[in-house]
Design a protein around this ligand. Sequence first.
Ligand code: NAD
Ligand code: UGA
Length: 470
Amino acid sequence: MVKICCIGAGYVGGPTMAMIALKCPDIEVVVVDISKPRIAAWNSDDLPIYEPGLDEVVKECKDRNLYFSTEVEKHVAEADIVFVSVNTPTKTRGLGAGKAADLTYWESAARMIADVSKSDKIVVEKSTVPVKTAEAIEKILTHNNNKGISFQILSNPEFLAEGTAMADLDKPDRVLIGGRETPAGQKAVAALKAVYAHWVPEDRIITTNLWSAELSKLAANAFLAQRISSINAMSALCESTGAEVNEVAYAVGKDSRIGPKFLNASVGFGGSCFQKDILNLVYICECNGLLEVAHYWKQVISINDYQKSRFIKRVVSSMFNTVSGKKIAVLGFAFKKDTGDTRETPAIDVCHGLLGDKALLSIYDPQVTEEQIKRDLAMNKFDWDHPQHLQPQSPTAFKQVSVVWDAYEACKDAHGICVITEWDEFKKLDYQKIYDNMQKPAFLFDGRNVLNVEEMRKIGFVVYSIGTPL
Ligand code: NAD
Ligand code: UGA
């Protein structure tokens, strides 16, 4: 029986390994993590992440051929294939701070693998890493091991999106495997390919050299984020010209060379990866002297920041240039629907902007706890993945924030509503009832274009929707 161990039981490690266990009953899969609470949650009925379809798969496989453990070294030592799926945040200090990837967690995992290994291993980069990381990892593994063990490094980046992770893993557009072009490297590629071949059609498994695989992951995220920034840039022009961004996106997306996906104008993209990975790409370009290329990709982030600040300005300026002392309901805090993940969510920037203008916020999200929301609002940028840097929570900001467990409660007596996450339930609310219980004029700012502007205006709301003329 092949044994797989995955280091890192997070948003990628957990679902990815659960899918491998489901599709490959002949393989034993152990997911290990240094975080005891995270492993305890995986071993309970209350999984540490919310992902549609995940519970069922974990239930079916746990204790059959899927295990979660904190005995990191034991399971790494026993494995034939070790996936490394640890976090790779943006550096907050030192060389490259604010751009470069912090590979501390990765390096410590690699050193531990070298220390505990007693047999040959395939080490798989699952985390998103800078191009050429495999070379550094190879050096760490070979220089820290004098037992004659052979390590083959593969790059196998993950393309799942949160909220649809299980469907993405079940039917991936492609699986990408990069390896050394040596006989041993190609043997390792074939071994990993055989794992995926249990359920992924062969023509969807792409094999490349190591550097192409590493760079393709950064490139894919940059292209996806670029589409969002492109449509968001258009949304600003729509508002000034009388064009309608949804109509423009539909017309543009009908071109089969462009395609309809990822053209939803929004308050801005969030999530743990787009910004981090583009910053990482920008840094790599700069390090290679490609300043124009770096500048080009940086603009994707600049437009995203512009879109978030444009939204905040619109809220404040519409409400007679001040929101001081006014109650504003924030509907949705997660970075997208169907996840409880708040990493880099645009909600944090919007809330900070409104709090800066002394608004009183009433926040509701069906999947995010009060504790999480308050922790997020107390953090400095980039600190969420560096627990050692967390600041004590600021009590003054929290006097202005309440977190409630119902959208109607959030909107009661409010002067304005900001829709920040596109949860389906927000489309089905009784907006007449909400309007009746609000201060007048009642403002509605739809940061996700999920509401029907005409209907909302008929009820009496003053409506701002991204990319729609006022
Ligand atoms: P995460 O923070 O949810 O999980 C990482 C886990 O690794 C944490 O539980 C942490 O405790 C653990 N860890 C860190 N160092 C460790 C060590 N030395 N030994 C054992 N465990 C250790 O992160 P994530 O969202 O799963 O992302 C992981 C990687 O995958 C990142 O590089 C990210 O860019 C990439 N990625 C993420 C997504 C996504 O949707 N979240 C999608 C594709 C790729
Ligand atoms: C993204 C990619 O889609 C995945 O392929 C990739 O594996 C992952 O990043 C990663 O590397 O972490 P994810 O961030 O989970 O996945 O979610 P997306 O669906 O890409 O959404 C990202 C952000 O863009 C969200 O805030 C979403 O609301 C926003 N978005 C998305 C828009 O504003 N408009 C769109 O048209 C699409």
